[in-house]
Design a protein around this ligand. Sequence first.
Ligand code: G3P
Length: 212
Amino acid sequence: MQFYIDSADIEEIKKANQRGWVDGVTTNPSLVAKTGRKHEEVIKDICAEVSGLVSAEVLSLDAEGMVKEGYELAKIADNVVVKIPMSEEGLVAVRRLSSEGIKTNVTLVFNPLQALLVAKAGATLVSPFVGRLDDIATHGTEMISQMTQIFDNYALDTQVLVASIRHPLHILESALVGADIVTVPYKVLQQIVKHPLTDRGIEQFLKDAQKA
Ligand code: G3P
């Protein structure tokens, strides 16, 4: 399973990259807005920092506008993936961009049938949001399990990129059901490293070493 970082903060991305946690990056308009920087500059810096795919989201809601923005984003770097929200217009734009060899990531997906339409449109990636389903008392990773089963049934090429991850269990459950990629906030990546027994073991080793 590949690990992407869900961030537009270049310093955070650099730190995660040093730790081998960055097979790719996903951004969204909210994450870019937090940086206070221009979208194009943010994406250019991230693409220069990482070799994996970098998702950059369009703001247009009509297919023509999405395609136009997609062309501009794709020009920034070879590893840019054009991120498009799930909608009929979005699927039209995905078909157009995919037919011209531009990678796409369809986002804000909340059920397996939306994902099936995304795969039929030829998207590179599909981003189901587990955390936002959990936020409304709906089991997000159950959706992932159904999605990976459907994609396996029909050998669909689109990769499942689990997004809106809130805690390590989302990562564990995604791995158990065979998701291709998880995109994880930096603080959650750091949580995976920590375990109280690891800390206690290091402390005890150091104490024993000092006694010797
Ligand atoms: O960037 C896409 C997704 O990971 C955002 O999730 O719910 O934390 O805003 P959320």
